[in-house]
Design a protein around this ligand. Structure first.
Ligand SMILES: [Fe+2]
Ligand SMILES: [Fe+2]
Length: 347
């Protein structure tokens, strides 16, 4: 017969807690949800309402005071630590003529999508990359980057990063460069000129399967790609005419954790609803419409940013008579790499 090890008057729950153990049977539902429940909520950041505040801070704060003068777009459901959706972050940065930002690098992957202004460049691992509205600039993980604005008037861009994911993985490193700015080590915009044609790639550049070697995907090329197929392509019932920016060496996403996309919703587009485990952040390049996310309607116009949480059913509608163009990014590549990605239509 087995001897009972239970002692009368013993609070076993309290004792196991002191021993650093917890009863799984009390947490089972919280750990194994039947489906994902994002802490993020559907949310829209109106660009025209934020813009005057950006201009105010550009006047009121020197770049030395703010270093990188950025308004973080913080999801009301994800304030601590601040994030825009579960794994991703968006911010809007403003710089003035003559300003520079200290060169640094971090393991988090980042990109910039230029919203307005001309005349600034960023230097990424020694390559000066010039920015124009609609350009997508990459600063993949652990690449040195700084910027300088030599044009007139303010410049604003969307910053996209995967730091919430990097930090959740406890893999975040950060380092300042020894000097404020990097010296150019290659001709300006060389990577864009070498690779942007996509189907004819230089044979002498080492293959990089982790991130795209292209510093800038210029708007002129993006617009040309969209325009050349917009009238003929069927597109997706959910996303319209959606193109993915790709790594020319792999055909895959530009960075390992984030896929960047550009899409056109034709006039009168009435999208079908779906849901996916990836979260998405959208930036409206042009046009207007609405996105229904669960019971929330996000009514968007030019330059707005909006967030769709993981597994939230959503559909896009462009009820206007003109096209709408949307830039977006998602953590789908990270989820696919880990075998977590799921997607399904919603009736
Ligand atoms: Fe950075
Ligand atoms: Fe979607």
């Amino acid at each position: 017969m087995t001897a009972s090890r239970s002692r009368p008057d013993t609070d076993h729950y309290a004792e196991i807690e002191e021993l650093g153990a917890s009863p799984l049977w009390r947490y089972y539902g919280a750990i194994f949800d039947s489906e994902p429940r994002s802490r993020a909520v559907p949310y829209l950041w109106g660009y025209q309402r934020l813009r005057p505040h950006m201009l105010h801070f550009a006047d009121a704060l020197s770049l030395e005071e703010a270093e990188r003068r950025v308004l973080m777009l913080v999801n009301p459901g994800m304030t601590e630590p601040p994030a825009t959706v579960n794994n991703l972050y968006a911010g809007i940065q403003i710089i003035l003529p003559g300003e520079t930002a200290q060169a640094h690098r971090h393991t988090a992957n980042a990109f910039r999508f230029i919203i307005e202004g001309e005349g600034a460049y960023t230097t990424v691992d020694g390559e000066r990359v010039h920015m124009h509205p609609g350009d997508l600039l990459l600063t993949p993980g652990w690449h040195w980057h700084d910027h300088y604005h030599e044009g007139d008037g303010p410049m604003m861009w969307l910053d996209g990063l995967d730091y919430p994911l990097t930090n959740a993985m406890e893999a975040g490193f950060f380092e300042l460069y020894g000097q404020r700015l990097q010296k150019p080590a290659t001709p300006d915009d060389l990577s864009s000129r070498q690779f942007i044609h996509g189907r004819l790639n230089p044979t002498w550049v080492p293959r990089n399967p982790v991130n795209s070697p292209i510093g800038n995907y210029p708007w002129t090329e993006t617009e040309r790609a969209l325009t050349s197929i917009s009238d003929d392509a069927t597109g997706s019932l959910y996303d319209g005419i959606m193109l993915e920016y790709t790594n020319p060496h792999t055909g895959g996403p530009v960075m390992p954790t984030m896929s960047c996309r550009i899409s056109r919703l034709p006039a009168r587009f009435d999208g079908r609803a779906h849901q996916h485990t990836s979260s998405t952040i959208y930036h409206v390049v042009a046009g207007e419409g609405r996105t229904e996310v669960g019971g929330t309607v996000l009514q968007w116009g030019p330059k707005d940013v909006f967030a769709i949480p993981a597994w939230a059913p959503h559909r896009h509608v462009n009820a206007s008579t003109g096209d709408a163009t949307l830039m977006s990014y998602t953590d789908e590549p990270a989820q696919r790499a880990l075998g977590f990605y799921r997607e399904r239509p919603v009736d």
